[in-house]
Design a protein around this ligand. Structure first.
Ligand SMILES: [Cu+2]
Length: 134
């Protein structure tokens, strides 16, 4: 490799580095912890999109064919505001895929919000899984 090629390679590497750093801060994986002996553990992956924040919830041990209401609430899992702040699609069979439109990921990562999954539409008062967004 001659000096010119080496220089071109170094320049290309330098140009790539900031793009990689930007991509990393554009996505966040929130661990979801089981509550009330549900066994429903997993993750919520939050990714910045042009139109909002894409949220993919994946939980183990979810009950079959049960729609579990899922929201972003203000507060932490240990001290949560009962009123949902942002609605997500129901988690069904441990999967939910939503876009919270008009929101920036950086607005959600201040430690002020948590993702909360309720047992069912008939039993909203029982929380089965929660993760702090931070
Ligand atoms: Cu909720």
């Amino acid at each position: 490799m001659n000096a010119y090629r080496l220089g071109a390679f170094a320049l290309a590497a330098a140009m790539l580095a900031p793009a990689c750093a930007f991509a990393a801060s554009d996505s966040l994986t929130v661990p979801m912890k089981a509550l009330n002996d549900s066994g429903e553990t997993g993750t919520a992956v939050l990714t910045q999109q042009d139109d909002g924040v894409h949220v993919v919830v994946t939980l183990k041990n979810a009950p079959k064919d049960t729609a579990q209401p899922t929201h972003i609430h203000i507060g932490t899992c240990g001290n949560i505001n009962k009123a949902p702040e942002y609605a997500l699609v129901n988690t069904v069979d441990g999967k939910g895929d939503s876009v919270v439109k008009g929101v920036k990921l950086s607005d959600l990562t201040s430690g002020k919000y948590a993702i909360n999954v309720h047992k069912s539409g008939d039993d909203l008062g029982t929380y089965v899984s929660c993760g702090d967004i931070k």
